[in-house]
Design a protein around this ligand. Structure first.
Ligand code: UD1
Length: 376
């Protein structure tokens, strides 16, 4: 443990749902390993519904945010600009001024706070640095590249992140492979999640259903792509029941495309509101199959050893394909159908959990943060 004296303030940023799952283990790690670091939690308000935000704080044991920026939804430019402006104002007034800003993941709040911070001379620490899909049409890819370009400490979840950062010329000494903090949360909460008996509550057999999630613009914003994905969902439902917690953005697009009544009328498809962290983990961890376009869920299914068909043609998390249980199916319907059959007949690859996805990544993050701040 590296002592940091006197205590240094670390502004920790969260904005959207996947950020909450990542910050919980980081805060726990700091409490345990870095007593000289005083975290100040800043919630940008990118996600604000009880189902998308508050419930995650309760279930993951995240303290009430110290600061709320209340930016809400909006087009990307506007949302990013609002976070940038409001975080900058807060930083200018903060007393004491934070010694660093810690951002996680790849959402609009991540890049906006990193930029506000670095312009004021406050160093940036990025947790989940270096991931690259090499698809610049993804808003998150732009957020990743820009955030890493201005971060001073780059904390990486899988080896591809290290090589990507080195290829972009980031200094070797600023890059640390610490593992995957999301898997810390999963390891800690798995038993509580299972104890909820979520499948039974939906009249499902553990191991006898698929869980489906969908929210990427490339799948939901274009009605042709959305119709194709929903057709795959309905074909899957002929083979095993499908639970589909619907993200607010997807719900709006399903309604606009006129697809909602068809899904709602299918007895083998269970549509739900967005679920809490524990409810979702309770369901996904006992599924036979996961189908998703989420980055986090590709990683969680790999850690759980559950087959995951990823509805994308690229991934910034290649280890979930090379070592884990994910396969990129893009928009290839016949590949998708064949792999569903493989899963049902026990032929699908087994995969294994990558190194450093061991429930201790938050502690390693805290150790690196403490030694960075001691030298800052
Ligand atoms: C954002 C992230 C994405 C992440 C996802 C997880 C970016 C670029 N995207 O996408 O990387 O995987 O979060 O959910 O930052 N809405 C609500 N209630 C809320 C929040 C949003 O109803 O609490 C609705 C709004 O209509 C909003 C839409 O959902 O316009 C999309 O929200 P937004 O935060 O813009 O993007 P996500 O699609 O959630």
């Amino acid at each position: 443990m590296t002592p940091v004296t006197p205590a240094k303030t670390l502004a920790c940023i969260v904005g959207a749902r996947p950020n909450f799952v990542k910050i919980a283990p980081v805060l726990a790690g700091l409490r345990e390993m870095a007593p000289g670091v005083r975290p100040v939690l800043v919630h940008t308000g990118q996600h604000y519904d009880a189902a998308m935000s508050d419930r995650f704080f309760e279930q993951l044991g995240i303290p009430e945010p110290d600061v709320h920026l209340e930016v809400g939804s909006g087009p990307h430019g506007q949302q990013t600009a609002r976070v940038l402006e409001r975080y900058e104002s807060w930083l200018l007034a903060a007393d004491p001024k934070p010694a660093a800003t810690l951002v996680v993941g790849d959402v609009n709040s991540t890049v906006a706070c990193a930029l506000a911070s670095v312009k004021l001379g406050v160093p940036v620490i990025h947790v989940e640095a270096g991931l690259r899909s090499f698809d610049r049409t993804m808003p998150e890819e732009i957020n990743r590249v820009l955030t890493d370009a201005i971060s001073d400490l780059l904390l990486v979840s899988e080896p591809s992140g290290v090589s990507n950062l080195l290829a972009e010329g980031r200094p070797e000494g600023s890059i640390k492979l610490v593992g995957n903090v999301m898997i810390d949360a999963l390891t800690l909460q798995l038993q509580a999640a299972r104890d909820l008996r979520q499948p039974e509550k939906l009249d499902l057999q553990p191991g006898g259903y698929a869980v489906w999630t969908l929210h990427r613009p490339s799948n939901v914003d274009d009605p042709v792509a959305l119709t194709r994905v929903i057709a795959s969902l309905q074909r899957t439902a002929l083979k095993l029941p499908v639970v589909f917690p619907v993200h607010p953005r997807t719900e709006a697009r399903l309604r606009a495309a006129g697809l909602e009544p068809m899904l709602a009328g299918d007895p083998r498809v269970i549509l739900t509101e967005p679920l809490g962290y524990l409810e979702f983990l309770g369901l996904s961890s006992q599924a036979r199959l996961i189908v998703t376009d989420s980055g986090g869920l590709q990683e969680e299914s790999t850690a759980l050893g559950i087959p995951c068909l990823t509805l994308r043609s690229t991934t910034e998390r290649p280890i979930t394909v090379s070592e884990g249980t994910s396969t990129l199916v893009g928009s290839n319907g016949s590949l998708f159908d064949r792999l569903v059959e493989d899963v049902l007949e026990g032929r699908y690859k087994k995969g294994h959990c990558p190194r450093l996805w061991d429930g201790r990544a938050g502690r390693r993050v805290a150790k690196e943060v403490a030694s960075f701040l001691a030298g800052a």
